[in-house]
Ligand binder design. Sequence first.
Ligand code: E4P
Length: 218
Amino acid sequence: MKFFVDTADTAAIRELHELGMVDGVTTNPSLIHKSGRNIKEVIAEIAEMVDGPVSAETVATDYETMVKEGHEVLKLGKGNIAVKVPLTWDGLRACKHLSSEGHMVNVTLCFSANQALLAAKAGATFISPFIGRLDDLNLDGMDLIADIREIYDNYGFKTQILAASIRSANHMSEAAKIGADVATAPPDVIKKMASHVLTDKGLAAFLDDWAKTGQSIL
Ligand code: E4P
């Protein structure tokens, strides 16, 4: 499973990138707002830093302007920008247009298997089902990932399932078990994947015993 980082915080991306943990980056208007930076400046900086796909989201709601915005954000990268469009009818039209031109398209705000089916038919490179926001409504976001996996595999759709709205480290392993192609998570969730209470406890016990030996390695 590929790891995308879900943030517009360039320092956080750089830290994970140096560890080889970043296969791509996703942003959205809320994350751009949180960064406090200009969208073009921040997307260009991220796209220069990482080689993998960097999703930059359009904000128009009509097809024509969405396509124009898509062409604009595509200029910010080195061929590694994925235009992110919402899963609306106009978004699907923009997806078809941009993917037919050979561009990567990430169709976002997906909350049903039917929506994912339409995105695949429209030539989406990525479909972004939002796990956490479904969980927030007492639905099971992971069921949606499983449904889309089954449907895409039934028909050999090439659209990659990009598990999004990930809120916990468990979401990452669950998405990987189901076979999501990509998961995008905030930097702190990726870091939390390294934590285990028994690791902390075990390390404390080892260090305690080591101190009793009075030895040093260096
Ligand atoms: C990713 O592409 C999405 O924009 C993001 O995962 C949404 O996450 P949220 O539901 O935590 O805002």
